[in-house]
Design a binder for this molecule. Structure first.
Ligand code: AMP
Ligand code: MG
Length: 430
């Protein structure tokens, strides 16, 4: 593991977050890369074998190598007749005798000779000797005994060959793959009924702030309801972690100290929101400095500028900002890839698209902005995006309405209607 204090990109001081242009900020990419390089994925011994039905969205801890062909035997892609291609006439027609039936699950196990054919249904095994299927629409039935065929068919027509989906010995899925519904189907087609998956990460999270009230309780003057624990709960649920909600911790260093110390004993990751800035009641930095190893970054991004990252005993720690949109953006940019790396998953870069903006977009130079947008397509196929109203870091409604981030780069300031912008759809992480 890299030593947190040995990296020259780190800013360990706590400069004010008010300055607009600030040379001590680091970019999102630098911060994310640092975090990813720092993380050592769960050891290959940290896995469990579970039934296939329980493995949706879990991360594979083994390569899956096919121990059979799929399909296991040549079978028919159509309802029709199985025959020998040499019986197909060059011109004119030929009559073939029907000598049996092959239905899905009920194969015809005898020989079918030249001059004969087998009535066959989709998915049924192709009888020995046959190599071509003629769809029933292309034959003329001569009573129940025989058929007349013409010359339009070719050798191999409508035959699904053994192994055409998966070949025996083929590596179908690799270690680090997060299993999808298609994967579950693929594995069951190979007869696999249990898989080795990396154990779930244990993640604890809490909110900080004396102003926070739990839902269900009446609000007193000066209080707001805690929303960050709910967005964190939702986002962590999508990551399929074992989550522990540690509730709200007041702006009290002793309470924070005790909460963090306890959480570190049996969690892999601890996430807090709020209290990471330089206000009088922001204690996360102070407490984490006493308890663990940390870095504090001002990341050149909006929302989500202050971020604390570090380690507390064996647990990773993320101190996210308090503003509700900043929590979600920081989670998306830093925590989610970190959880994937830690949990042994192979990381894929996020899907980045381009769209024409239907809103005038404004920002200050020098930082990346993640504005919230609605991505759609015009009937003639042009991708367009419009922003979801007010873009303040505390306007959670702008997140709730959105289906993508509009990513405005550090150098951009004013983006006119009709210009092309970068968008990052939410689909895979929200
Ligand atoms: P802080 O980073 O603690 O100064 O918080 C920044 C802003 O986010 C303040 O307006 C807080 O009231 C607000 N905030 C902090 N935590 C939460 C939370 N859990 N739910 C909703 N708003 C919060
Ligand atoms: Mg606070």
């Amino acid at each position: 593991m890299r030593n947190l204090t040995n990296n020259d990109t780190l800013q360990l001081n706590r400069p004010s977050c008010v300055d607009e242009y600030d040379p001590t900020t680091i970019t999102v990419d630098v911060a994310r890369q640092f975090i990813l390089d720092y993380i050592k994925p769960l050891a290959s011994t940290d896995w469990e074998r579970i039934p296939l039905r329980h493995s949706m969205d879990r991360v594979l801890a083994e390569d899956i190598i096919a121990e059979m062909n799929v399909p296991p035997y040549d079978n028919s892609a159509m309802d029709g007749f199985a025959l020998h291609a040499i019986d197909i006439p060059q011109n004119g027609t030929t009559t073939l005798k029907i000598v049996g039936d092959s239905l899905a699950g009920h194969p015809f196990l005898e020989e079918c000779s030249s001059g004969e054919c087998i009535r066959i249904m989709t998915g049924a095994m192709i009888p020995a000797g046959c190599n071509t299927i003629i769809p029933q629409e292309h034959v003329e039935l001569l009573g129940a005994e025989s058929i007349k065929i013409d010359g339009r068919s070719r050798l191999g027509d409508n035959v699904r060959s053994a192994g055409e989906d998966i070949r025996l010995g083929q590596t179908v899925l690799t270690c680090g793959r997060r299993l999808t519904a298609a994967d579950l189907g693929l594995l069951s087609s190979l007869g696999v009924n249990n898989v080795a998956v990396i154990r779930r990460l244990r993640v604890a999270f809490f909110s900080t702030g004396d102003e926070l009230q739990a839902t269900g309780e009446p609000l007193q003057p000066g209080q707001i309801y805690d929303s960050n624990r709910y967005t964190l709960f939702g986002m962590l649920s999508r990551q399929h972690c074992d989550i522990t909600d540690l509730g709200v911790v007041g702006d009290d260093p002793v309470h924070l100290y005790n909460t963090l110390e306890l959480a570190a004993k049996n969690h892999d990751v601890i996430i807090s929101s709020g209290g990471v800035s330089v206000g009088a009641a922001d204690y996360i930095h102070q407490v984490m400095s006493e308890l663990g190893e940390i870095v504090f970054w001002k990341v050149a991004m909006k929302p989500g500028r202050p971020l604390i990252f570090g380690r507390l005993q064996k647990a990773l720690f993320f101190g996210l900002p308090g503003n509700p949109v900043a929590v979600m953006v920081s989670f998306n940019q830093f925590v989610q890839p970190a959880l994937q790396r830690f949990g042994g998953e192979i990381l894929h870069p996020p899907l980045i698209l381009r769209a024409q903006t239907r809103s005038l977009l404004k920002k200050r130079a020098g930082r990346t902005e993640y504005q919230r947008g609605i991505l759609s397509q015009t009937p003639d196929g042009v991708s367009t995006v419009c922003k979801t109203g007010d873009q303040g870091s505390g306007i959670l409604f702008s997140m709730s309405q959105a289906n993508c981030f509009i990513v405005l780069t550090a150098d951009q300031t004013r983006v006119e209607i009709g210009s092309t912008v970068i968008v990052q759809p939410f689909a895979t992480w929200l």
